[in-house]
Design a protein around this ligand. Structure first.
Ligand code: SAM
Length: 234
């Protein structure tokens, strides 16, 4: 899988791939990372990429030409590219999207800066548009890294143990049960005794109960979804 980051600030992104799981994925040729800077396509004298907003309003907007030409060029040389724009004005990015997008061969993430991107570029090039949450970041770079990371771990071979994918939160509406490691007692807190007895069916039921408690506390709407799904299965 190839990821192309279309960004004015590649240096904000590069460091993330210099260690840990995604670095190993690059070393194993499972993922490839490219960068494309719209500034290099700017036809203006000073390689300008932003301009004032038409119709008024605070701040600058990424004006169409540099990004338009950058994306046209990218599409011409990559037939099957899937172009994703990052913006708060979009559907939320979810685990199901990460799994679905992991099957693509080439994804480009387009990061906005300033007050965002001229809408005509989005209309022309977006295959999909995603928000990573209900808050405003200074730019799309972090958002595209979040997506790239979540997608990459669903690509075969990227995780050492692919079993971990199937038991994680959001595989079902329930959040994952709490995890524990050794030692059994630490700072006067103990691992739940049932976890230690080796009865796997009882451990499973306890984990399910704990999972439901966590979900009820943090994400009650997800618990409702879980219960509705269960009642349909009956
Ligand atoms: N004026 C825009 C608005 O109110 O919707 C916010 C622009 S934001 C300061 C600049 C860029 O950061 C956006 O173009 C987008 O690429 C990125 N961005 C900010 N928040 C985001 C979010 N929650 N999800 C995805 N991208 C985001």
């Amino acid at each position: 899988m190839t990821f192309t980051f279309v960004t004015l600030f590649a240096n904000l992104i590069e460091g993330y791939f210099q260690d840990s799981i995604l670095k190993r994925a690059i070393d194993k040729n499972l993922i490839h990372i490219n960068y494309l800077n719209p500034r290099e396509f700017s036809g203006s004298k000073h390689s300008k990429v932003d301009d004032t907003a038409v119709g008024g309003g605070a701040g600058m907007v990424m004006y169409p030409q540099p990004l338009y030409d950058a994306l046209k060029n990218l599409k011409l040389s990559n037939e099957n590219i899937h172009i994703v724009f990052l913006t708060p004005v979009a559907k939320p990015f979810r685990q199901n999207d990460a799994k679905r997008l992991a099957k693509k061969s080439h994804i480009a993430f387009v990061s906005g800066r300033y007050e965002g991107i001229d809408e005509r570029v989005v209309e022309e090039f977006a295959d999909e548009v995603f928000s990573i949450g209900d808050y405003i970041l200074t730019g799309g770079e972090l958002a595209s890294l979040v997506m790239c990371d979540a997608i990459s771990r669903n690509i075969e071979g990227v995780l050492g143990n692919s079993d971990s994918l199937s038991v994680e939160s959001f595989e079902t509406p329930l959040l994952e049960a709490p995890s524990f490691s050794k030692p059994q007692n630490y700072e006067q807190r103990s691992v739940p005794s049932e976890y230690l007895k080796g009865n796997h069916s009882r451990i499973r039921s306890l984990k399910l109960a704990l999972s439901e408690c966590k979900t009820k506390f943090f994400r009650p709407e997800q618990l409702l979804k879980h219960r509705t799904r269960k009642s349909y299965e009956k």
